[in-house]
Design a protein around this ligand. Sequence first.
Ligand SMILES: Cc1cc2nc3c(=O)[nH]c(=O)nc-3n(C[C@H](O)[C@H](O)[C@H](O)COP(=O)(O)OP(=O)(O)OC[C@H]3O[C@@H](n4cnc5c(N)ncnc54)[C@H](O)[C@@H]3O)c2cc1C
Length: 401
Amino acid sequence: MTFVSDKQQPRIAIIGGGPGGLTLALILQRHGIPSIVYEREANDTNRERGGSLDIHEDSGQIALREAGLLDPFLAVARFEGEDFRLLDKSGTLYMDERAEEDEQGSRPEIDRGELCDLLLHALDPGRIRYGCKLTDAAPLTDGRYELRFENGLTDVADLVVGADGAFSRVRPLLTEAKAEYAGISFIELNVENAAAAHPDLAALNARGKLFALSGGQAILAQLNGDGRIKVYLAFKTDRGWLDTCGIPFDRPEEAKRQLLGYFEDWDDSLKNYIRYAGSTVLPRRIYMLPVGLQWPHKPGATLIGDAAHLMSPFAGEGVNLAMLDAAELALAIVEHKDVNLATAAYEAKMFAYSSRSAKESADNLELIFADNAAQKLKELFDHYYEHTASSEDLQTGADML
Ligand SMILES: Cc1cc2nc3c(=O)[nH]c(=O)nc-3n(C[C@H](O)[C@H](O)[C@H](O)COP(=O)(O)OP(=O)(O)OC[C@H]3O[C@@H](n4cnc5c(N)ncnc54)[C@H](O)[C@@H]3O)c2cc1C
């Protein structure tokens, strides 16, 4: 089947139904501008892809306001999720930030699935097509793009927006840059129903995030809204390690036994993150695009979110930037009418703010896996708190990841 372009309105195709693509479609919809989201998965899988996210007042929340979802978001957001604890492998506590009971912080948490549900419920269901994996986008002589999907579907778009994440199929239309391995591999575990099943670990973890750092390894844990603690065991290692380490990811008990070996000299209380974990043992390599990536503007195509500026999760900005990009692009389209003027204006703005976050994320990655990382991270925050004039600009440890 081929869709025909409506001559009254530019045909906008958004590739990818993650937080970025959904936010863009929704803000356009609110302004009466049609678009269509093509998502490769057969149905919404955002719930399975990631844990708790902090949504920042100066980025993600701006986008939610434009999408008409700020109040529904604030009604379910977890302000206590801003708690942050920093330890080293001996269990020594370096930072213990606790969100104030009577104050609403500027970066509350929400689970990725819940965030995407909010967006999806507000989006006209006809605006998203599942099971449509983009395989190719070919430029036509009139400046439009022909889009081809694995299921045989084709479409012709005046503007194709790559919101298709780390390994974007749209990105090669604009730049030769590729996502490169960032030098860090994660193994994801989940401790289900932590408060009831493992009160000792729940008490150690508190209500937000806990980082335990030492010698190129880390335990990064975050309490999710559904009561589970999502745990990333992080290793500074070569790209092939997850394939060659011999850990049987499909045999959780044996995998956990071997993982405990990597944390042998860590405090017992921290090893409980591995001991208490359930049967999900997921290997994940962390990738990034070059810091400060830009491309010369080309009519008919642009990128938002990870497709544009994939960075390691250590600035906690990924989802916030994806949503801010969506808002900036949508509002530029509303303002300029001409989609190419709009994308040029959006890209200029986006390049500036995303390069700052990418640099911060790359710097934080170095720090987290350095020698004496816990001490160095504490010093960084002490310095930061001393020199940040406005409490609104104040970042907390909980913003990392
Ligand atoms: C372990 C980990 C922890 C993280 N923690 C945080 C955090 O705490 N805070 C934070 O802000 N960010 C975090 N991030 C980053 C955050 O998840 C991403 O930045 C964010 O999801 C980007 O949104 P997006 O919409 O650009 O892309 P994605 O969420 O990647 O969505 C892309 C969508 O495109 C679809 N797609 C891909 N290819 C195609 C194709 N060819 N055709 C059609 N559809 C396609 C995918 O199925 C997906 O639905 C973390 C990332 C990781 C890996």
